[in-house]
Design a binder for this molecule. Structure first.
Ligand SMILES: [Fe+2]
Ligand SMILES: [Fe+2]
Length: 192
């Protein structure tokens, strides 16, 4: 642990004190689900748990606040994000995790940064957190088991497909990173 890195228990305590209750409960369920997915996929459950714990640390911030922080943290804001600043809570959250919670593990930070949009080439930790966020029991009543990395990839692809369909149905723009992730997952499946 580096000098400004916080113990997981301290991060947990601070988030519990600072975050709205509903949001903290979602985070807690996502953390449990992430560990549950990580183990059969042979991914470090501690890394997945830490990323899940911090993934929504900025989800309660207002749109102007997210936009201001993005500027302060030198995050490039795309047109889609300018239109829908809530999409910035991942990139801003990753920077908060680094600055305020002392997280240095780039894989953990990357999983936080891209947990909403995904990205092509996302790490296994990133995929675990992406899926856990969308399938924690508060969001999805029936959850199918993930028993391997290839099942994890298929489950993530299913989530991206669902997102694309919802965006089309509601005439919402689709984040380019989500499209890139979908194409990458399809390619990876074809190579299996
Ligand atoms: Fe989120
Ligand atoms: Fe979340």
């Amino acid at each position: 642990m580096t000098s400004n890195e916080m113990a997981v228990e301290d991060i947990e305590e601070r988030l519990r004190a600072d975050l709205p209750r509903d949001l903290y409960e979602h985070i807690a369920r996502t953390r449990v689900r992430a560990v549950e997915i990580a183990i059969p996929c042979d991914v470090d459950p501690e890394k997945c748990g830490l990323a899940a714990l911090l993934h929504d640390c900025c989800r309660h911030f207002s749109d102007p606040w997210l936009l201001n922080l993005a500027v302060e943290f030198c995050i490039v804001v795309s047109d889609v994000e300018r239109d829908k600043p809530v999409l910035l809570h991942g990139p801003v959250g990753a920077e908060m995790a680094r600055r305020n919670f002392g997280v240095t593990d780039e894989e953990v930070l990357d999983a936080i940064r891209y947990h909403t949009t995904g990205r092509a080439g996302m790490s296994i930790v990133g995929q675990v957190v992406y899926l856990a966020d969308k399938t924690e029991p508060g969001k999805q009543a029936i959850v199918s088991k993930v028993r391997s990395r290839s099942e994890l990839r298929s489950a993530v692809l299913g989530q991206v497909d669902g997102l694309v369909l919802r965006c089309v149905k509601n005439a919402h723009p689709i984040h380019p990173l989500s499209i890139e992730m979908r194409n990458w997952l399809l390619e990876a499946r074809a190579e299996d």
